[in-house]
Design a protein around this ligand. Structure first.
Ligand code: F6R
Length: 369
């Protein structure tokens, strides 16, 4: 089953390019996104006033990335909620609300119960799911499957990039229906999206060894921090979750802008900090602000590992390590930036001799509340 791979996780990280490509397949027509599974829902998308995304763990981080794309292209306000929190707080939901659930397994009990609660309150429900015929899609009004293929390792990797891809497609599909994204911008975005699999492949071919080496050097590390801003923030959270679940060390993700509101107190000499550097081709202020965050933590002795676009020289004077990702532009960057973090978490667990496919205390699908 593992083929020649040392673990399912190694195989599944290597399959990230196909997970993205297969999720796009059949959903682009004449330069526009058209999702055949959502035929007949145009009226609903035209009228919906609010979207609530419900999910757990890694899937919720995909949702947080998706929020940016949906708000940008479809201009619908989006809230992202942990499914277990949504269900127990008497949410204000009605027929004008679309509740989008995200689940690799389609069996996560917390997410299923949130979907049922949303339906009971009169909302329409849409499931983004990787497992054909699972319970959550069966309980939903509409389904958009991710086509990442079966994911066996407990830690979600290729399903995560496929979930973000599906959310981008959904955002462009709904934006077309609502007329909130111009055909030119949609075409440009689809072009970027379709280029992602090749760019992920570039990371696997050119950076994987470097990242594994780094993980090896860091095998004794006790704590790692992750900083990101905008779409890089949920990626920082994902990097921290992967590291704690696979290598059992303390890891925490922060919004880079929060540093001075507390977390900078954690910085002491030698503290490793991964920083997601926003694309310099996006908002210049965002890029400059994160570079100045890097200067601030570096001045306090942090060991900075920057994840930055190829050609971004601004980070060089302050970073101890730079992990390169190809140019993709601001919205698309997360699908690339997460790949080094998946490789790093796996590499560190391997360096510690741990079982990367089956971390302690965890189950692949959490079918209890
Ligand atoms: C982390 C991880 C979990 C799952 C979460 C939701 O690597 O795998 O956080 O993302 O348990 O699972 P699904 O997507 O099956 O609902």
């Amino acid at each position: 089953e593992k083929g020649g791979w040392s673990s399912f996780m190694a195989k599944e990280v290597a399959e990230e390019p196909e997970a993205v490509a297969n999720t796009i397949l059949g959903r682009v027509k004449d330069g526009q996104v058209v999702i055949p599974e959502l035929d007949g829902m145009d009226e609903l998308f035209a009228g919906v006033q609010r979207i609530i995304i419900v999910a757990c763990g890694t899937a919720s981080y995909a949702g947080q990335v998706g929020k940016y794309a949906i708000e940008q292209w479809a201009r619908i306000p989006v809230d992202v909620e942990l499914a277990h929190e949504f269900r127990y707080r008497d949410p204000i939901v009605g027929p004008e609300t679309l509740v989008v659930s995200i689940s690799q397994s389609g069996e996560t009990m917390d997410t299923l119960m949130a979907v049922k609660e949303a339906a009971r309150l009169g909302a329409k429900t849409l499931s983004i799911c990787n497992t054909q015929g699972a319970t959550i899609p069966r309980e939903s009004d509409a389904i958009v499957y991710t086509h990442a293929g079966p994911e066996v390792a407990v830690a979600s990797t290729k399903a995560f990039v496929a979930q973000i891809t599906a959310l981008y497609l959904l955002a462009l599909h709904v934006g077309r229906i609502r007329g909130t994204v111009s055909p030119a911008e949609a075409a440009r975005s689809i072009h970027e999206l379709e280029a992602l699999p090749e760019k992920i492949r570039w990371i696997l071919e050119n950076e994987q060894e470097h990242i594994e080496q780094l993980a090896h050097w860091m095998a004794d590390t006790r704590s790692v921090l992750f900083l990101g801003r905008h779409v890089g923030f949920p990626i920082a959270l994902e990097g921290a979750l992967k590291l704690k679940e696979l290598s059992y060390i303390h890891a925490e993700g922060f919004a880079a802008g929060e540093l001075k509101h507390g977390p900078i107190a954690l910085i002491e000499p030698g503290q490793p900090v991964f920083v997601m550097v926003p694309s310099p081709r996006g908002a210049a202020t965002l890029h400059a602000k994160v570079v100045s965050n890097i200067e601030e933590i570096r001045a306090r002795g942090a060991r900075v590992i920057a994840i930055a676009e190829e050609g971004d020289v601004a980070v060089l004077p302050f970073a101890d390590e730079v992990l390169r990702i190809p140019l993709a532009g601001p919205i698309f960057e997360p699908i690339l930036a997460v790949v080094p973090l998946h490789i790093f978490a796996m590499g560190l667990a391997n360096a510690k001799g741990l079982d990367v496919d089956q971390p302690r205390n965890l189950a692949k699908s959490v079918t209890v509340e």
